[in-house]
Ligand binder design. Structure first.
Ligand code: TRP
Length: 337
């Protein structure tokens, strides 16, 4: 039996890129038979980047509501908040103690922060680097290892973290015996390539996202603001170099995408293409958008769903942590080995 697990950090409002890249593939995978799936909101990870309690609180609600609104089947998968599973943090400490600092020195996010400090001619390499940021990959490894997950769908920016989780698991197994399953990253190419309003990768950090559950009016405004070139109606256009088409193809069949490519060649106008993209997205989002609004009004219900998920998840994590504590030598004193 395969165990799929993935988390999303609860910072910011979920956008179309998250939907195509992470949420949709995860929901589809959770419907497969013979898999056990764990999906969680990585709210402890959110604290690394955000020190605003109101934003943390709101984002936990919005991200959880997003998954539910888009149809995550909580009968078939286990859906929970990281902060409801104390065993994750206990494990994080245990594996902290077998992880070399040198391994963490190589993490991209940390290295990027140091490189920036160095180029700013700051005399403090570690300015703005919290221990949370430095140890982020260890917490992520704990998320994965505690549930013996073997398949981890992630964006390509997370591959290194998965490599680190593998290293950490192998190191622990070497020291204490074969307790951990070695996880594997599943990288969907689409995950990193949904483009944003300005043609760069859609990302919160570029401020070029299309929010998933914006009102119909806002969605339209967003799409109308996507940059195109100035070719007039009737002039042949290149679909490959076009942000509108890049987004469009994620939401239609291969055949429809092909037909649209033909229309680019025969000179579809930007106005018409934008209207078409708007309609496709809007139709897709009408129902989830409504469900999302209803869910937001009912945080108590979301909390119950998450708590149920946590209770199920802990059926795995509690006994496994007990096993791991024993493995490292934390066991009742009366228990003579
Ligand atoms: N670091 C991931 C991200 O930023 C989120 C995450 C946290 C995660 N823990 C995880 C993903 C465990 C997969 C498995 O996207």
């Amino acid at each position: 039996m395969e165990t799929i697990l993935t988390g999303i950090t609860t910072t910011g409002i979920p956008h179309l890129g998250n939907y195509v890249g992470a949420i949709l593939p995860a929901i589809e995978a959770s419907r497969c038979k013979d898999v056990r799936s764990f999906y969680f909101i990585a709210d402890y990870h959110a604290l690394v980047k955000c020190h605003n309690p109101a934003v943390i609180h709101r984002s936990r609600l919005e991200v959880a509501a997003t998954w539910l609104a888009l149809g995550l089947d909580v009968e078939k998968s286990i859906f929970y908040a990281q902060t409801d599973i104390p065993e994750i943090l206990e494990l994080a400490w245990i594996i902290n103690c077998v992880t070399s600092k040198g391994l963490m020195n190589r993490a991209h996010a940390y290295k990027a922060a140091v490189a920036k400090n160095t180029s700013d001619s700051s005399n403090d390499r570690d300015r703005g680097v919290s221990m949370g940021l430095f140890c982020y990959p260890i917490l992520m490894a704990a998320d994965i290892l505690i549930f013996k997950a073997n398949k981890i769908p992630v964006g390509s920016d997370q591959i290194q973290h998965l490599e680190m989780a593998r290293d950490i698991a192998a190191r622990f197994n070497y020291l204490y015996g074969e307790h951990f399953v070695i996880p594997e990253a599943i990288v969907d190419q689409k995950m990193s390539i949904l483009v944003g309003l300005d043609g760069r990768k859609m990302s919160k950090s570029y401020d070029n996202t299309i929010p998933l559950f914006a009102s119909e009016k806002m969605l339209k405004k967003s799409i109308m603001s996507i940059k195109t070139n100035s070719l007039p109606p009737g002039a042949p256009k290149d679909s490959n170099a076009c942000t509108l088409f890049q987004i469009y193809q994620n939401f239609v069949s291969a055949e429809e995408a092909y037909l649209m490519q033909r229309r680019y060649i025969t000179g579809i106008s930007w106005g018409e293409m934008k209207q078409t993209l708007f309609e496709i997205l809007n139709n897709r989002l009408i129902e989830p958008r409504q469900r999302y609004q209803e869910l937001l009004k009912n945080p108590g219900y979301i909390e119950t769903v998450l708590k149920n998920g946590a209770a199920q998840a802990r059926e795995y994590s509690i006994p496994f942590l007990r096993e791991l504590r024993r493995a490292v030598g934390i066991r009742p004193l009366s228990d003579i080995v």
